[in-house]
Ligand binder design. Structure first.
Ligand code: CA
Length: 412
């Protein structure tokens, strides 16, 4: 489907939220009387519940979360998107649809889906290598399994929060002068990631193949996986992250349909280890000729100072491999399942997706525009991660928006 131009008055050509994007969100505020599903176009949103009245999509789009739509599966996702594109581009719908557009300013964004299970991966070779050197000096930087499978862990679905939610500094057990002590984390960090919203449920025992994975990924958003490095470092052996991560995970409020990102598909990095067949994306079956990578450029800002520009295209494991691996044991998928990529870090300085890497575990603090320096986050610091696809021949610019969060003092 090639969307036409929109009839929206004043929408600039090349707008990051033009007719090619149309991310889904959930908003409230006057004149809406309840939390309402919308798509964003430019600096407006379209009330989907009102727009869908009388259409086959009404039962799904009048819900107060995306979950009923997520459960319906990709053929319905495609049909709904086709309908929304028509409403916003076909002049014959204009008289009915234009009154249903609302200015985004003044509306409150909510988490647009109920998170079922949450998994976080660890799929940047550059991130994993640097973390390995910092946390396990003297050992091989990459674990022996790293190039054979996308490493992940199950996170905490109930603490996934929407952008703008204040983040209370967690307390926990960490080493102080070599002895365990309880108190507020002294090494609060961020992880810039990309998240994937899953729909199209599967049955227990069913595997999702690499070529079928895209059928189960509804859309894409930005993630900040807040991480208390001191709590994490003391607790993570041998079972992995636990309380150092579970206190909060922030996500951007706009879910960009995977279909909108079709032109952003790129080849992932060269595979330098042979992959088992269920993960092997080097022999395309024709379903993804441009590869499983996504050319999304991230920026990380602390108190409005850009500290990093991580490139998502550099990720070794793709979301399609991640989903194939997640279901390789027959684990079933539910509408609202959510998985994140792992910290996005590129090969160069200035492309790190965490302060841990940017500052080499605090040894080289970063300087902000106001002259202050940070090894890790202080109370009052505000972190913003943005994402966008740059325009290229045959490829419209697309925005993923931002995920924002301010650190506040927490329970001691
Ligand atoms: Ca993470």
């Amino acid at each position: 489907m090639t969307p036409r131009e929109s009839w929206i008055p004043g929408l600039p050509a090349g707008d990051l939220f033009g007719i090619h994007n149309l991310p889904y969100g959930l908003v409230s505020g006057p004149p809406l009387t309840r939390a309402t599903l919308v798509v964003r176009i430019g600096d407006h949103v379209l009330d989907l519940a009102a727009a869908a009245v009388g259409s086959e999509h009404a039962p799904l789009l009048e819900a107060s979360s995306l979950n009923p739509l997520l459960a319906a599966g990709r053929p319905v996702w495609r049909a709904a998107r086709t309908a929304v594109v028509s409403w916003l581009s076909d002049e014959t719908f204009r008289a009915r649809i234009e009154p249903l557009l609302l200015p985004l300013a003044g509306l409150r964004c909510h988490l647009p889906f109920e998170v079922a299970d949450y998994v976080d991966f660890y799929s940047s070779e550059h991130h994993a290598t640097t973390v390995g050197r910092l946390f396990r000096p003297g050992s091989p930087a990459l674990p022996v399994n790293w190039k054979h499978l996308p490493i992940g862990y199950h996170g905490r679905a109930g603490t996934v929060v929407v952008s703008g939610t204040p983040i209370a500094r967690p307390s926990g057990q960490r080493l102080v002068d070599g002895a365990p002590a309880f108190g507020p984390s002294l090494r609060l960090d961020i992880e810039a990631e990309v998240g994937f919203v899953v729909g199209g449920p599967t049955a227990l025992g069913e595997q999702v193949s690499l070529s079928q994975a895209a059928e189960h990924i509804f859309g894409v958003c930005l993630v900040n996986d807040w991480s208390a490095r001191d709590i994490q470092a003391w607790e993570y052996v041998p079972l992995g992250p636990f309380l150092g991560k579970s206190f909060a995970t922030s996500v951007s409020p706009w879910i960009v349909p995977l279909d909108a990102l079709a032109t952003a598909r790129v080849a992932p990095p060269a595979r330098d280890h042979p992959l088992l067949p269920y993960l092997d994306d080097t022999k395309h079956d024709g379903s993804a000729p441009d590869g499983g990578g996504l050319d999304i450029a991230l920026t990380v800002s602390v108190n409005e100072s850009v500290v990093s520009r991580p490139p998502f295209a550099s990720m070794y494991w793709t979301p399609f491999q991640q989903l194939a691996h997640l279901t390789a044991n027959g684990a079933s998928l539910r509408a609202g399942d959510f998985f994140a990529s792992g910290t996005v870090s590129g090969p160069k300085r200035g492309q790190e997706g965490s302060l841990l890497e940017l500052t080499l575990n605090g040894a080289e603090p970063v300087e902000l525009d106001d002259g202050s320096v940070r090894a890790f986050l202080e109370d009052g610091d505000e972190v913003v991660i943005t994402g966008q696809v740059a325009a290229a021949p045959g490829r419209p610019a697309l925005g993923l928006g931002e995920v924002r969060g301010r650190v506040v003092a927490g329970p001691a």
